[in-house]
Design a protein around this ligand. Structure first.
Ligand code: ZN
Length: 327
């Protein structure tokens, strides 16, 4: 008998009980943020064609949706708006009775304990579909966009938003929003910054959902190049210096290395945005019977937590909350 000298890693995988004891990463429903699309108008409950199971809701249909979210134990929602009217500067983004402001009031009135996050951008409200102000040369202007963003954030805080989540990738947006919120008496409202946001084809289905595709050009002059890793640290560093309370990395699935880099460099809560294209791919394969949706989603989201995310913003949130109860 020859002496065998090697590690027996399989000892810790022998039974489900042992595997559970040594499991390093857990997904909890408390980790989840559920995105909701609120549409101006009445009697709207439209399923987004490229995102089965995700709907646009007018306020008269929103109640049942948020009741379900609360019943499932999901602690937070993020709101995106679909206004009836758009213009060059996105006036409806910062209107006191804009659709997101009304949506925030509706939800906070119905479920005061539910954390309501306001996505703060202009692209859903501008007729050109860009996230900032555009000049005659079709350039997206940085500083003139900042003032409108700050106005948007303040109006969302006034409506009752618990967290402001600026997503437009103009330089300095956290500074200007922080100053605006503080001056308006909202120094206690945190900023969840889309600090690390890549120009990505994975946003395609969202543009159906929020009707926000740019009418010309693309977003590559303000969103990041997907080939870049060090740039993520520069973006996150400046947002932290400007006062961000959370850092979002978006998208998530193809950017797990970036989530880990940000985790290793910053001690604020990290949010992974599991975006529309990631959701649509899973749904399409699941509907065709090609994958086990539940197992794929739980594995994917656990992978995002393992990469370093504390919180996951995901269209799968309601399903995940149900599945976690089943286990
Ligand atoms: Zn935008």
């Amino acid at each position: 008998m020859t002496e065998r000298n090697f590690q027996r890693h399989r000892r810790l995988r022998k039974t489900a009980g042992l595997r559970n004891m040594v499991r390093e990463t857990y997904l909890h429903k408390e980790d989840l943020i559920y995105p909701i699309f609120v549409a101006e108008g009445e009697n709207i409950k439209n399923e987004v064609a490229s995102m089965p199971g995700v709907f646009q809701f007018s306020l008269d249909h929103l109640g049942a949706e948020v009741d379900e979210v609360v019943e499932l134990g999901i602690p937070a929602v993020i709101l995106f708006g679909l206004p009836l009217e758009k213009d060059a500067i996105g006036t409806q983004a910062f209107h006191d009775h804009g659709i997101v402001q009304e949506g925030i009031r509706f939800i906070k009135n119905r479920h005061p304990e539910l954390v309501v996050i306001a996505d703060t951008c202009l692209c859903e409200y501008t007729d050109h579909g860009h996230c900032g102000v555009v000049n005659e040369k079709e350039q997206i202007l940085n500083d003139p966009s900042l003032d409108l963003l700050a106005k948007t954030a303040i109006s969302q805080a006034q409506a009752g938003a618990d967290i402001i989540a600026p997503s437009n990738m103009m330089d300095g947006f956290v500074t200007v929003i922080r100053q605006g919120l503080d001056a308006a008496g909202f120094s206690d409202v945190p900023i969840m910054s889309y600090a690390v946001k890549y120009a990505s084809a994975y946003y395609g289905p969202f543009r159906d959902a929020a009707d926000g595709a740019p009418k010309f050009g693309d977003r590559k002059t303000y969103q990041m190049d997907y080939a870049n890793r060090m740039e993520a640290i520069r973006e996150a560093t400046s947002d932290i210096e400007e006062g961000a309370d959370f850092l979002i990395v978006k998208p998530a699935l193809s950017y797990l290395d970036i989530i880990r880099d940000v985790r290793n460099n910053f001690d604020v809560p990290i949010v992974a945005y599991n975006v529309s294209g990631e959701y649509a791919m899973v749904k399409a394969a699941a509907i065709n019977g090609w994958i086990d949706e539940k197992q794929i989603v739980l594995e994917t989201l656990t992978g995002m937590k393992r990469a370093g995310a504390d919180i996951i913003l995901t269209y799968h949130a309601k399903d995940v909350a149900r599945w976690l109860e089943e286990k």
